[in-house]
Ligand binder design. Structure first.
Ligand code: SF4
Length: 441
């Protein structure tokens, strides 16, 4: 896309006569060659999630960061504006929409306001998730957020954060374990986000192995490939860091049992996904027969499973099967097939099985956006007027994060005279030569 096309790309706005969001998504997927059996978007949900950036501030200075040089100096959205955007997201995509409460680092927001934001979203039937680097997301706060309706927490932990004393991804397992213990037993679905770049590609198998070993708490491991967008000092993706290479590295850490692509969330160049069963510390494919996975995903469009409670999910699935008897045979066949394939591990683990999903997210460089992928995007970010694909938001970030200040005359000439101070300087603005100092934890 040319800079003019990027600048003109439309914001998705709630308006009278807007079509059913699910139908809109199906049309988008079909128009971009992505509507095939196994396509999740337009079947399970109209949008994978919407990010709501409640602050642009962060307590880290990662070497790869999608925020902009001025982000740290931009005032937080007033609480009324945050709530207005939640209402807008509800109007656009409806109840049940996954809402990422993010930033910057959302836990830098006043605690009472953070609880209020989560409560507001949950009260409107959205599914609020806290996206955090974990530094301030300790158990008391997480527990209070759960009491206010939080359903998921996603920890971003990796070497780009340059945490003092951690010089390898394996060393960071101690930090990941602390996050896991902070949430263990809370009714939360737990995700981990890992940025993949040349500096940690070789350790991806070990990171995947760690999540397999903690599948009793971890529900989703998302690997996000570096993109040249934002303020980070490490800009360019190494040629070795490719989607197939990352897929193979994850599979190496998951006993080679993952089948990516059976279920496809959005565009195939954007996202790769595999769901697996973990038993006795070993990974097993959820469904070797891709057809069964796609058929059941399609058939169960009206079945909402409870991510935080496997028991309740199994009960709901059983009721659904009773109401759809033609699927009982294939499902029993699947159970028998998995049971036989996993018999030794099932025996050793006394029948305990956990579901673990792996996602690869392949963000686009800000200077190389592809319209087809934006049109089929399933990860949007909220703006003042509506939502846009995350890649586009990152490419036009200053425009979107300053629009409200311009519109409300707070800083009509918003484009810096922000005086970036040593405290607000981050990324390349702080390290024009590319060096950086670590942060203790
Ligand atoms: S955020 Fe970017 S990479 Fe991700 S789905 Fe949207 S367009 Fe694709």
């Amino acid at each position: 896309m040319t800079p003019a096309e990027v600048a003109a790309y439309p914001v998705e706005t709630p308006h009278a006569g807007r079509d059913d969001p699910m139908a809109l998504t199906r049309r988008r997927m079909a128009a971009n060659g992505q509507w095939q059996p196994g396509q999740v978007a337009g079947r399970r949900w109209p949008i994978g999630c919407v990010a709501l950036e409640i602050t642009q501030r962060c307590n880290l200075d990662c070497t790869i960061c999608y925020l902009s040089e001025i982000s740290e100096a931009v005032p937080d959205l007033p609480i009324a504006e945050v709530e207005r955007r939640i209402d807008m997201i509800h109007a656009l995509y409806g109840p049940g929409t996954n809402l990422q409460i993010t930033g910057g680092e959302p836990t830098l927001r006043d605690r009472a306001e953070l609880l209020r934001i989560v409560r507001y979203a949950a009260d409107r039937g959205l599914r609020p998730a806290l996206f955090t680097n974990g530094i301030r997301a300790r158990r008391p706060l997480l527990s209070a957020l759960v009491d206010n309706g939080l359903v998921d927490v996603a920890f971003h932990i990796d070497l780009t954060e340059q945490l003092k004393g951690y010089d390898s991804e394996r060393a960071l397992h101690a930090v990941r374990s602390r996050c896991i213990e902070a949430v263990r037993g809370l009714p939360l679905a737990v995700y981990f986000n890992t940025t993949v770049f040349a500096g940690n590609l070789a350790e991806v198998p070990d990171i995947a192995r760690f999540f397999v070993a903690h599948a009793d708490v971890v529900n989703l491991a998302s690997f996000q490939i570096q993109a040249d967008t934002g303020r980070g000092i490490d800009r360019f993706r190494h040629d070795a860091v490719t989607l197939p290479r990352v897929e193979a590295a994850i599979n190496e850490g998951a006993d080679g049992a993952l089948i990516f692509g059976q279920l496809q969330p959005g565009h195939g160049e954007c996202n790769r996904y595999a769901m697996a069963l973990v038993c006795n510390g070993r990974t097993h494919a959820l469904a070797p027969d891709g057809g069964f996975a796609a058929t059941m995903m399609d058939a169960t469009q009206d079945l909402t499973l409870e991510r935080r409670s496997p028991a309740r999910s199994i009960a709901r699935a059983a009721r659904w099967l009773a109401a759809h008897p033609r699927h009982i045979g294939p499902t029993l066949g699947w159970v028998a097939g998995r049971g036989w394939a996993m018999r030794r591990d099932l025996w050793a683990a006394r029948g305990r099985v956990h579901k673990l999903s792996f996602m690869i997210h392949n963000f686009m460089d800000a200077g190389a956006l592809q319209c087809e992928r934006l049109d089929a995007c399933i990860f949007h970010t909220a703006t003042e007027e509506g939502t846009v694909p995350m890649c586009l938001h990152n490419a036009r970030r200053n425009e979107f994060i300053l629009s409200r200040l311009r519109a409300h005359g707070d800083r009509p000439d918003a484009e810096p005279p922000f005086q970036l101070t040593p405290k607000t300087l981050k990324g390349r603005a702080k390290h024009p030569s590319g060096g950086s100092d670590g942060v203790g934890r």
